[in-house]
Design a protein around this ligand. Structure first.
Ligand SMILES: Cc1ncc(COP(=O)(O)O)c(C=O)c1O
Length: 296
């Protein structure tokens, strides 16, 4: 079988899985007649055409069936004119809501000046943002990335590089926690201690170990001279909304100090004000003692 044909077959297997999900969703919808009457039927020919095109041209990695057109604050509308409250908020990233006027103004002004440059040059807004972040957080320096996965990759690389400077070999192990989610690149999907995200992508990069979440004793056993970094979400997001137990972060902080290990917090989902404090880890009582060495 030609490679192209094989790839298309993988696509249709995954598509069938999606259709099955859609059927269940449709059945669920039918039970709620009230809801059904509120939503207009998807009889907009333009939307139907676009959906058909999307199914043909996108890899079937997700199963979206809404075409969104515009938004304001917490509200978002689809191409059939249905209005929704956007509780997903772009999977936890639109913390300011849609079309925040200050953000819109800043983007418009900047778009009229320089849209993109590389790390080889500086721009004033980037310097000011980095300065603000340094002022507001534990961090002394900032590195901007394009996504959560890329930020975690960078954090893992920084930790390994740091170890390599003092120890030419050994001390490269990254410890993460069962139920975590750190991204979908090869290294971050390996850091993500959930087999369902890893299946089919083996062989995975080496040097990762997994500890049960909130297990004080096992963490004590697993963190040692071989450990390079401990990476943890102060509140697990994709694994369920699982906060760390009181005292767990300070326990990790102590173990990391004891074994010269970097403590990294993944705040991609629980940081930037989403829990009412700037960072999720700040819900621990004595903020200073649980500060990380790096945070993404
Ligand atoms: C805790 C956490 N880390 C990392 C990521 C990966 O972020 P991105 O999708 O921007 O690569 C996510 C995404 O949901 C996340 O929830």
């Amino acid at each position: 079988m030609a490679n192209r044909e094989r790839l298309l077959n993988v696509g249709s297997t995954v598509s069938k899985k999606f259709s099955a999900t859609e059927t269940t969703e449709t059945e669920l919808k039918k039970t709620s007649t009230e809801k059904e009457s509120e939503l207009k039927l998807n009889n907009n020919p333009k939307a139907a055409d676009l959906l058909a095109t999307a199914q043909k041209v996108f890899l079937p990695t997700y199963a979206p069936n809404l075409i969104l057109t515009h938004s304001k604050g917490a509200l978002i509308w689809d191409s059939d004119g249905n209005e929704y409250i956007d509780l997903g908020s772009g999977i936890s990233v639109n913390s300011l809501g849609h079309l925040d006027s200050d953000l819109l103004q800043a983007l418009n002004i900047q778009a009229g000046k320089i849209w993109h440059t590389t790390n080889l040059y500086l721009t004033e807004p980037a310097i000011k943002l980095a300065e603000e972040l340094v002022k507001a957080t534990f961090a002394d320096r900032v590195f901007f990335c394009n996504s959560g996965a890329e930020a975690n990759e960078a954090a893992i690389k920084i930790a390994r590089k740091y170890s390599s400077l003092s120890q030419p070999a050994g001390k490269r192990e990254i410890l993460t926690f069962e139920g975590s989610f750190h991204g979908r690149t090869l290294a971050t999907v390996t850091a993500t201690a959930q087999p369902k995200y890893q299946q089919g992508f083996e062989p995975l990069p080496g040097g990762f170990r997994y500890c049960p979440f909130n297990d004080f004793d096992t963490a004590t056993e697993m963190i040692g001279p071989q450990t390079c970094a401990v990476l943890i979400e102060p509140i697990q997001g994709e694994g369920g909304v699982n906060p760390v137990k009181p005292g767990f972060l300070s326990h990790l902080r102590k173990l990391c100090d004891q074994h010269d290990v970097l403590l990294i917090f993944d705040e991609i989902q629980c940081g930037m004000g989403r829990t009412g404090k700037l960072f999720g880890y700040q819900w621990e009582n004595s903020e200073d003692s649980e500060q990380p060495d790096n945070s993404v």
